[in-house]
Design a protein around this ligand. Structure first.
Ligand SMILES: [Ca+2]
Length: 272
């Protein structure tokens, strides 16, 4: 009887702690694009073809050639003939009140332009107000000038304190997971940090760079070739998302501590 009572209390403690953990691990997604329900061969319905490719041949559409989550991904392929830009817009995320915004995608580069210059750039901003720019991710040829592997640089190296060359000699035809934790200060969105993760390993930390102090929210990520050059590049994107992490509730430890306290009291009472 005594052991059964203690087991019940212990079980209750476990439910409380597991329940708290479940709440703390939740993320509130602004969007999560798997492209799996999209029509193969069509431009993805959740994206905006802001500057359509004109001239030459290009592929900006949903494909089932390869995917991280099956069966589809978003193929961005250009032959170098023209400029282009695609946007993923979403509801405003305020930068001065929300913390721990996570921006993530999986990318598979099939072909990259030779030379360690230009390339394709991923940018964040407030669509109606230029200037909310940070965590710029630029993929290009490797540092040796070759196109048999690819690299990533950060545009704001030297300004933000982060690294310039983020990664080099990444393999073609391989899926990589990139995640950015955007962690603005609760009171000043210009003094936070952006942490870069490659396949869940922290590889770069930089300070947030905002050109305008008025740019206090983000609602757009866009991809475009640098310097208006659409270098011959073929890449696939999948599992593209924005989420706000729900902070660890400070009550978690209190709940566990109280449950453990209840066990201690129960033991004392039964002994007494
Ligand atoms: Ca997919």
């Amino acid at each position: 009887m005594r052991n059964e009572f203690i087991r019940k209390i212990a079980g209750l403690a476990m439910v409380f702690s597991v329940g708290s953990f479940a709440v703390s691990s939740q993320a509130q997604f602004s969007f999560f694009d798997t492209f799996d329900a999209e029509t193969v061969g069509a431009f993805p319905s959740t994206w905006t073809n802001t500057t359509p490719v004109s001239g030459g041949t290009a592929a900006l559409y949903v494909t089932n050639n390869t995917a991280s989550s099956l069966p589809n991904s978003f193929e961005l392929g250009t032959d170098g003939a023209s400029n282009w830009r695609v946007d993923r817009r979403f509801a405003n995320i305020p930068m001065n009140t929300v913390s721990q915004i996570v921006y993530s995608f999986r990318i598979n580069v099939q072909q990259v332009s030779p030379g360690f210059s230009t390339g394709q750039q991923f940018e964040l901003q407030n669509f109606n107000q230029t200037g909310q720019l940070f965590a710029n991710f630029r993929m290009l040829g490797n540092t040796s000038g070759g196109s048999n592997t690819w690299s990533v640089i950060n545009q704001y190296a030297g300004i933000s304190g982060g690294n310039s060359l983020i990664a080099n000699n990444l393999n073609l035809n391989q899926w990589y997971h990139w995640k950015f934790e955007i962690d603005p200060s609760p009171t000043n969105h210009q003094t936070g940090q952006v942490r870069w993760y490659l396949d869940n390993v922290l590889i770069n930390t930089e300070n947030i760079v905002t050109v305008s102090a008025l740019a206090t929210n983000i609602n757009t990520v866009f991809i475009h070739p640098v310097n208006n050059q659409a270098n011959p590049t073929i890449l696939y994107l999948d599992d593209f998302y924005f989420a706000q992490e729900i902070p660890e509730p400070t009550s978690t430890l209190l709940v566990i501590a109280s449950a453990c306290g209840a066990i201690w009291v129960a033991r004392r009472r039964l002994r007494g």
